[in-house]
Design a protein around this ligand. Structure first.
Ligand SMILES: [Fe+2]
Length: 221
């Protein structure tokens, strides 16, 4: 077992401070660069599950990962799992199996990235996607994809699950319940999630990520 302990404290920061933090190159440009490596057609296009939802989950995940001082490899895997966690959806409604389907589709989506030639990296993305609609204490995703269920990987799963729950605030009907968050740090992001639903930060991020995408496809063709 990984003995590293990660401090999970509530942080008391304003939306302005979080905005300042995310403009830092370790957050927004990191997200945009990784978004640009994923073909935009893979994102679900349902009213409640679209590329904006995927990008908000990736942003909340990366903010939390930054507060936990996670390493860059873990951040990259977490962000890609967040971008892709709903690729197996076939509609907007409750669908337990979308996590399995999504985990099966990511090999194809990520196969051009040298980072995922490393099977451990690919398997961790798969385990996170498969686990995102289960409890983080369920061993199945880790066993299924041959991934260690150590403290760090369980933390990555809790971050992804909480980031997904935080974006329930996008829905008009009340489905968000603070008690469904696993981490204290996530509670500090509730106001930020409310704020971001009304802003155009995510649209601008997608626009910049897709511009990079077009540049990359020119370079590769
Ligand atoms: Fe989701």
């Amino acid at each position: 077992m990984d003995k590293v302990k990660f401090k999970d404290e509530s942080i008391n920061v304003s939306n302005e401070e979080i905005l300042k933090l995310i403009s830092n190159k370790a957050i927004m440009p990191f997200l945009e660069q990784n978004l640009s490596l994923i073909d935009s057609f893979v994102f679900p296009e349902f009213p409640n599950h679209d590329i904006k939802h995927s990008c908000k989950v990736a942003l909340f995940s990366l903010i939390m990962a930054t507060y936990f001082y996670l390493d860059n490899n873990s951040k990259k895997i977490l962000v890609d799992a967040a971008f892709l966690h709903d690729v197996g959806r076939i509609d907007d409604y409750y669908d337990y199996d979308h996590s399995y389907l999504g985990a099966s589709l990511v090999d194809e989506v990520l196969k051009n990235q040298p980072f995922y030639q490393n099977i451990d990296n690919l398997n961790l993305v798969r385990a996170l996607i498969f686990g995102h609609n289960k409890t983080p204490y369920d061993n199945l995703p880790f066993i299924k994809y041959n991934v260690l269920n150590n403290d760090k990987n369980i933390l990555l799963l809790k971050i992804l699950k909480d980031a997904d729950v935080l974006d329930l605030l996008r829905k008009k009907e009340i489905m968000f319940n603070e008690n469904n968050l696993y981490l204290n740090i996530s509670k500090s992001l509730i106001n930020f999630s409310k704020f971001i639903q009304e802003s155009n930060i995510i649209e601008e991020m997608i626009e910049r990520g897709e511009r990079d995408d077009r540049r990359n496809s020119k370079r590769f063709n």
